[in-house]
Design a protein around this ligand. Structure first.
Ligand SMILES: [Zn+2]
Ligand SMILES: [Zn+2]
Length: 168
């Protein structure tokens, strides 16, 4: 996802950039997409700097951490970055979050890594297909969202203790 800049020439004022993407390497995060993702960026020139705002749509498929079934998890995120033209680049760690620095001659900015960071940062730590997912039976592996099994789960699952005490 590259944006063209026009250093030294007459920069256009506000610009809109739209990207479609079908895949993105999310490393170990096990996410894929169920349709095309979209990124809309709007660029505003402020002196020599740029203010970039936009929206990110990521139609993710995640794996439920309880029942292991894939489920759709669409992410909609707002984006906001400052891009500053500087004579010499700072170290990455010294930059405020979400800021970029570019050299006077830079003509192109690639946002792919930032988009990926945004998606990964917003992934749920413990993905659930639904808040009350019942998961798999630890004995027979039955997906308990779909069907009960005949294993005596209540005998070992400490989460049932309180309920059992209520009943007895
Ligand atoms: Zn689940
Ligand atoms: Zn079972």
């Amino acid at each position: 996802m590259k944006i063209e800049l026009f250093p030294g020439r007459r920069e256009p004022g506000d610009q809109l950039w739209n990207f479609d993407y079908t895949e993105m390497d999310l490393g170990d995060f096990l996410a894929s997409f169920y349709q095309r993702g979209q990124v809309h960026l709007s660029i505003q020139l402020l002196g020599k700097d740029y203010h970039i705002t936009g929206e990110l749509f990521a139609p993710l498929v995640l794996e439920c951490s309880r029942c292991l079934e894939p489920f759709r998890h669409p992410l909609n995120l707002n984006l906001s970055w400052m891009v500053r033209r500087v004579a010499a680049l700072s170290l990455e760690e010294e930059l405020p979050d979400g800021d970029f620095e570019i050299l006077p001659e830079t003509q192109e900015l690639d946002f792919t890594a930032r988009i990926r960071e945004n998606i990964i940062f917003n992934l749920p730590v413990k993905p659930l297909c639904r808040p009350d997912c019942r998961g798999l039976c630890p004995f027979c592996g039955q997906n308990l969202n779909i069907q009960e099994c005949s294993c005596r789960r209540e005998a070992v699952d400490p989460r049932w203790d309180g309920l059992r005490q209520l009943l007895h």
